[in-house]
Design a protein around this ligand. Structure first.
Ligand code: PHE
Length: 448
């Protein structure tokens, strides 16, 4: 069976940037930036993302494109009769688990989108927004319903294939995301008192910068670029030799960072203009911001656009997560695409049930002091993801043949890569050690 490839350069960028740009950009990056000294942290982040993010992204793209295979098959093609393929299996497993809880949050976003469009959300008194959110998250059927919608939409796009599905939709959705972001940005910075928010986000304060913030920046760079879980390998496998992998990596990273900063410019000026406290995570999006929108003229309109934006960011990430296991089943088990997608979508839905219920009927259950949702997140994001990332570095840096590596990066010499020596040094020595530190720090083994 002939493998499908992406059809256009813009399609490749839209798909990869679509995966990278997600909830991490909107609800986490702006907040950790503000908390860790604004522009000072942005500099550190940019340094981390260039130093570690780019080389790892290039490596994953190379593994995918050279092997023209899914994330597990790739290692079998490049290094037959070795055990490296196990790291590919781990990546498939990690992305599947992440999808099971990422889709729940995407479901909340859809629920809020529908409530913004109908204007319902605007009628909730600000004091009640907290309990309004917890009652949605804690409901059994409603959350499952929205989760089902997200998984259905994701599967619908993935079933249609690479060109007619992922590429076609991300090419529409990513520009739309940019337009909504620009509209919201203008609204936010023109509010009275907006400058305090911009100050929170951008004012450099080197005293807030600690060793911990550096590791936080590194860890976030990794997560934000969707590295370490087979996504970039899988997308790389749909690329052809005309693609310049080095410049593509820089484009994705630039897009991811610029969008994260723009999200900050949307959120914090508005939050500060109305006297709210900056926060991160669910409470920022589902409690603080709805309160802010209530104070803004045409709030329902801007609120709808905002949740549309977050929904798009989430869906273009969920499709990349699902594609990892779909390509795995279709290639390793010769399963038809449609069948594989349906089976996996059903599997993800089932796996997401315990996490969903951990906000409601199962809220008393805790394992190692974590709720089921947090446990899944912890295992996948803090343990498996770094292991997957280290495996990629070790494979490309040590196990694989360097001749093949340079030929693939440069598309057989068509795109000379001046930084190759530096890249190789980083991928061999610096990146694996840095990721190891992220692992030790985020699991709490290393305390700073
Ligand atoms: N990169 C995404 C974000 O910033 C998160 C993500 C992780 C998406 C893993 C897909 C897979 O939110």
């Amino acid at each position: 069976m002939k493998r499908e490839n992406f059809n256009s350069k813009f399609g490749v960028l839209a798909a990869a940037a679509g995966s990278a740009i997600g909830l991490g950009n909107i609800w986490k990056f702006p907040y950790i930036t503000g908390k860790n000294g604004g522009a000072a942290f942005i500099l550190v982040y940019i340094f981390c993302i260039i130093l570690i993010g780019t080389p790892v992204m290039i490596s994953e793209l190379v593994i995918g494109r050279k092997s023209q295979s899914n994330s597990a098959g790739a290692f079998k093609v490049l290094k037959p009769k070795s055990k490296w393929y196990l790291s590919g299996y781990l990546a498939v497993f990690t992305s599947f688990v992440i999808l099971s809880f990422y889709s729940i949050i995407a479901g909340w976003v859809c629920a809020y989108l529908s409530r913004s469009v109908t204007g319902k959300l605007l009628t909730v008194v600000p004091d009640k927004l907290g309990s309004y959110f917890t009652s949605l998250a804690g409901s059994t059927y409603e959350v499952l319903f929205w989760n089902l919608i997200v998984i259905f939409l994701t599967a619908f796009i993935v079933i249609a294939g690479i060109q007619k599905g992922i590429e076609k939709y991300t090419k529409i959705l990513m520009p739309l995301l940019l337009v909504t972001l620009i509209i919201l940005m203008f609204r936010s910075v023109t509010l009275e008192g907006a400058s305090k928010g911009l100050e929170f986000l951008f004012k450099p304060d080197f005293s807030k910068l600690t060793a911990g913030s550096v590791l936080e920046a590194l860890g976030h760079a990794f997560y934000s670029l969707s590295l370490g879980m087979g996504i970039i390998i899988t997308y790389g496998s749909y690329m052809n030799k005309e693609e310049n992998l080095v410049s593509l990596s820089f484009q994705v990273i630039t897009a991811d960072t610029v969008i994260a900063l723009m999200a900050g410019v949307v959120i914090f000026p508005a939050v500060f203009a109305f006297g709210f406290e900056p926060q991160s995570g669910p409470s920022l999006i589902f409690i603080t911001l709805p309160a802010v929108f209530q104070s803004i003229p045409f709030g329902a309109f801007f609120e709808s656009i905002f949740f549309l934006l977050v929904g798009i960011a989430a869906i273009t990430s969920t499709i990349s997560l699902l594609e990892v296991s779909v390509s795995f089943l279709t290639e390793e088990f010769k399963m038809e695409r449609k069948k594989a997608t349906i089976i996996l979508a059903a599997g993800v839905l089932l796996l997401s049930v315990p996490s969903t219920l951990s906000f409601g009927v199962l809220s008393d259950v805790s394992v190692f002091g974590l709720s089921i949702f947090d446990l899944f997140d912890f295992i996948a994001s803090y343990i498996f993801l770094p292991i997957g990332g280290i495996a990629v570095c070790l494979f490309v840096g040590w196990a694989w043949n360097s001749e093949d590596l340079i030929n693939e990066i440069t598309s057989d010499g068509a795109y000379p890569f001046k930084g190759y020596k530096v890249y190789r040094f980083i991928i061999k020595y610096i990146a694996p050690v840095a990721i190891m530190f992220i692992f030790l720090y985020s699991t709490g083994i290393l305390k700073l």
